[in-house]
Design a protein around this ligand. Structure first.
Ligand code: NAP
Length: 289
């Protein structure tokens, strides 16, 4: 049985779908009771509900488990503590394989959420557990947060310069890679960078959106001040706001560069391109409307 933590988030759902497709027996870790039905419908045989910030909950959740796929909530101030709880509980339960959903370039101290993931990786290396670490790039799916504005106003707004180049990956490819390392032998003690495409600029993203959607989409920068006031109005916490601001500043200064060779090898095929991802998304949206 494989325990998937952070199961009801967008990563968790994709991983559960991919694992269920391969016939994996899944115990999903939900945060709230209302997430149980969804997780069962995606293919989880068992669902446990609780708070990841509790060591006791982790000890219960890992009982009888062979493999753990650990996904920490996005930009969580307690990521290192949660990671330590997960690793400790896995050791107590005699887990054979602990797979950690990390991030591309965890060694960047200037991005606090990456740095916390690096500490969790360090704990895992020293835990004595059989491990695999996956380091995904920026999800292509993040663009969907701006979808209504792209479709309605034909504008793609980002809180960094439109020349900023970022490498991305389709979350569906990440989930397939996760399912592969969990269900096939040969991935112990491996650290894999999951990059779908070479870095592309925000202008290039707008150009691809224009080509695939059939109207001109303009990439527009949003000042950090405006982004901050909009985000604070949504009630997002101080740690998350400050961490994301640091990430945008990092992107502006250095971009985010990675190479798709490892993921290509792991999947045995080319990962999805951004153009391919947008084509699929547009087709799916047409079916819904
Ligand atoms: N987005 C990207 O581009 C990207 C790229 C690389 C890596 N990552 C990493 O991927 C991971 C997952 O991201 P995501 O966007 O899929 O996460 P997410 O949507 O934030 O999902 C996290 C899940 O964890 C649950 N959760 C939150 N607090 C919890 C707690 N205290 N105890 C138990 N469950 C809790 C959430 O439930 P509720 O909604 O009910 O709170 C949600 O179901 C993150 O670690 C992120 O750093 C993301």
């Amino acid at each position: 049985m494989i325990l998937v933590t952070g199961a009801a988030g967008k990563t968790g759902q994709a991983v559960i779908r991919a694992l269920a497709f391969r016939g994996g027996a899944i115990r999903a870790m939900a945060h709230k009771p209302e997430q149980v039905e969804l997780l069962s419908s995606l293919g989880a045989q068992e669902v446990v509900v609780g708070d990841m910030r509790s060591q006791v909950f982790f000890e219960k959740a890992t009982r009888g488990i062979q493999s753990v796929y650990h996904i920490c909530p996005n930009v969580d101030p307690y990521e290192t503590v949660i990671g330590a709880f997960a690793i400790q509980a896995a050791r107590h339960a005699g887990v054979e394989h602990f797979v950690y959903h990390s991030v591309l370039h965890p060694q960047t101290e200037n991005m606090p959420h990456h740095w916390k993931k690096m500490h969790v990786e360090e704990l895992l290396l020293e835990s004595g557990l059989g491990f695999t670490i996956l380091q995904p790039a920026v999800y292509m799916q993040n663009v969907l947060a701006y979808w209504d504005r792209i479709m309605g106003e034909h504008v793609y707004t980002v809180p960094y310069p439109v020349e900023t180049r970022l490498c991305m990956v389709d979350l569906e490819d990440v989930a397939e890679a996760a399912a592969l390392v969990l269900t096939q032998p040969g991935h112990l003690a491996a650290i894999y960078e999951l990059v779908g495409c070479a870095p592309i600029s925000q202008n290039e993203i707008a150009q691809i959106l224009s080509e695939k959607l059939g109207f001109t989409v303009q990439a527009e920068p949003l000042s950090l001040e405006k982004w901050e006031s909009q985000t604070r109005r949504l009630g997002i916490g101080d740690y998350q706001v400050e961490t994301l601001l640091k990430m945008f500043q990092y992107y502006e200064k250095f971009g985010f560069h990675g190479n798709p060779h490892v993921l290509t090898w792991l999947l045995g095929r080319k990962p999805a391109s951004f153009a391919g991802f947008i084509e699929c998304t547009a087709r799916r949206q047409q079916k819904i409307h």
